[in-house]
Design a protein. Sequence first.
Length: 165
Amino acid sequence: GRDVLGIAQTGTGKTASFTLPLITMLARGRARARMPRSLVLCPTRELAAQVAENFDTYAKHVKLTKALLIGGVSFKEQDTLIDKGVDVLIATPGRLLDHFERGKLILNDVKVMVVDEADRMLDMGFIPDIERIFGLTPFTRQTLFFSATMAPEIERITNTFLSNP
């Protein structure tokens, strides 16, 4: 699929707009240990947990695995999920990089990467982490980028990492 740049206000259904097609795509194929097939980056633990909850609701009748990587939760529990292999990895940038740096995560099989609430990521200083994560994933991945606003820094990143959105 093509890269997507979605600009819409909070509460307009952006999560469903990427979760439902992702479930359909991931229903074909299986995850391998420590190599997630898709990645959803969220700025806060709360938002990541909400996305994970939505994913559970929408994928109730589809056999997919997911892991939620957020701070405040034991690394050991998260490592166990990653080791089994996950179709969807929902994470905050810092916790994702923590797992990567500990050698627990391999990102070269990511087919789809979603950056949710990019404007909040910018406000919270996560853009360098996001750029680093982009560099750890395959160039061939599909990227979906969602933001409520289009600040100049967000435009720069989309110009760099999205291909013909």
